[in-house]
Design a protein around this ligand. Structure first.
Ligand code: AMP
Ligand code: MG
Length: 345
């Protein structure tokens, strides 16, 4: 069965968004754009509707979903209390790519939060996402639009094959703005803990005069059965089937020399590199990541989806400095490479 589809790339046809909002009200599931990545949404207060998302994605039931809202009244209905620090984050970053973890109220079904007593909430800034939530008049629980384990969907062409027929409605808004998922934070005492890095950076939060702690699992591998603040951290994520290696050095020459050394040692290598480095590598298979961190963040999931079609013996990916948006990019890349990582001093 084909999903219903609306092309909203050039104009936001309100009637189509209304149709999709009706689907949400009826307990169906909708693939919709946000500024970070596409999501698969359902009425966050309807356990059966939310269950359809887990089935469509093949998602583990102990991996909680983020609830998307369009106004603060919805927030008040979902959470126990809003602390001073959370309020400051809301005032500065909502609507936008920041998910905040709160203590939840009982109205939220257990499958949304994977039985945790907390819930992750975000107010997206994408116009279609906002309108969809507003018109449904309901909070929408939505994980990224992809089969679990695959890279998140940043444009419909990348995910149509794996999700067509599995969702009731698809709202196509073209390429997303940011390309990596939201920053996820939890306030513990006076400190803002980053559970997943994103477009809202450590520096952005520190600039509000707040103290920030980056959880160690952001870059390190979780041990089996390790207790983590963010359940999503323990899952295999974004990884192509091909063997991938992430390489980084602060020094451009050392980075290029190391990658060329790796290319010499293996027969059939695909390199993912910045535009300005592409002609420096002695291999014919190359993919252009773009030059700025913003470009790389937008391109990375589409590129990871292309990798396997090259049938390479090894895929080498250029790393970036773990600063600003670079931390989010490296968090996704190190998972895509299953922690196969070389850093040269
Ligand atoms: P996704 O929507 O697929 O990008 O994944 C959402 C991620 O947000 C999950 O994998 C969790 O890591 C995180 N998350 C959602 N709700 C919570 C929560 N209540 N506590 C901690 N982390 C959460
Ligand atoms: Mg996801």
């Amino acid at each position: 069965m084909k999903s219903k589809y609306a092309d909203l790339k050039l104009n936001e046809d309100i009637n189509k968004i209304k149709e999709a909002a009706e689907c949400i009200k009826e307990g169906k599931i909708v693939l919709f754009p946000t500024e970070t990545v596409y999501g698969i949404g359902a009425n966050a207060l309807d356990e059966n509707a939310v269950n359809k998302i887990f089935i469509a994605k093949g998602r583990a039931s102990d991996n909680p979903l983020i609830v998307h809202i369009s106004n603060l009244e919805m927030l008040n209905n979902l959470v126990q209390e809003i602390g001073e620090i959370e309020q400051k984050l809301i005032n500065n970053f909502w609507p936008g790519p920041l998910t905040i973890i709160f203590n939840r109220k009982d109205c939220i079904p257990n499958n949304v939060t994977a039985k945790l007593n907390t819930v992750g909430i975000r107010m997206p800034s994408n116009k279609i996402a906002k309108k969809l939530i507003e018109l449904a008049g309901l909070p929408i629980a939505a994980p990224s639009a992809n089969i679990s384990g695959k890279p998140s969907g940043t444009k419909i062409e990348d995910i149509i094959e794996e999700l067509d027929g599995k969702v009731d409605y698809i709202l196509d808004n073209g390429m997303v703005d940011i390309g990596v998922e939201s920053t996820v934070v939890r306030v513990v005492g006076e400190k803002v803990h980053i559970l997943r890095p994103g477009k809202i950076t450590v520096q952005d939060i520190e600039n509000l005069g707040l103290q920030v702690v980056v959880e160690k699992q952001v870059m390190e591998e979780c041990r089996p059965n390790e207790k983590v603040m963010s359940p999503g951290m323990k899952y295999r994520h974004y990884a192509p089937n091909s063997k991938c290696l992430l390489v980084y050095s602060e020094t451009e020459k050392k980075l290029i020399d190391e990658i060329n050394k790796q290319i010499q040692n293996t027969k059939n290598v695909l390199v993912l590199a910045r535009t300005r480095h592409l002609d420096k590598y002695n291999t014919t298979s190359k993919l252009d990541m773009g030059d700025s961190l913003e470009d790389i963040s937008k391109n990375i999931f589409t590129l990871l989806r292309k990798v396997d079609s090259y049938n390479a013996d090894l895929v080498i990916i250029e790393g970036v400095k773990r600063e600003g948006l670079g931390l989010a990019i490296m968090n996704r890349l190190i998972r895509a490479c299953e922690h196969n990582y070389i850093e040269i001093d």
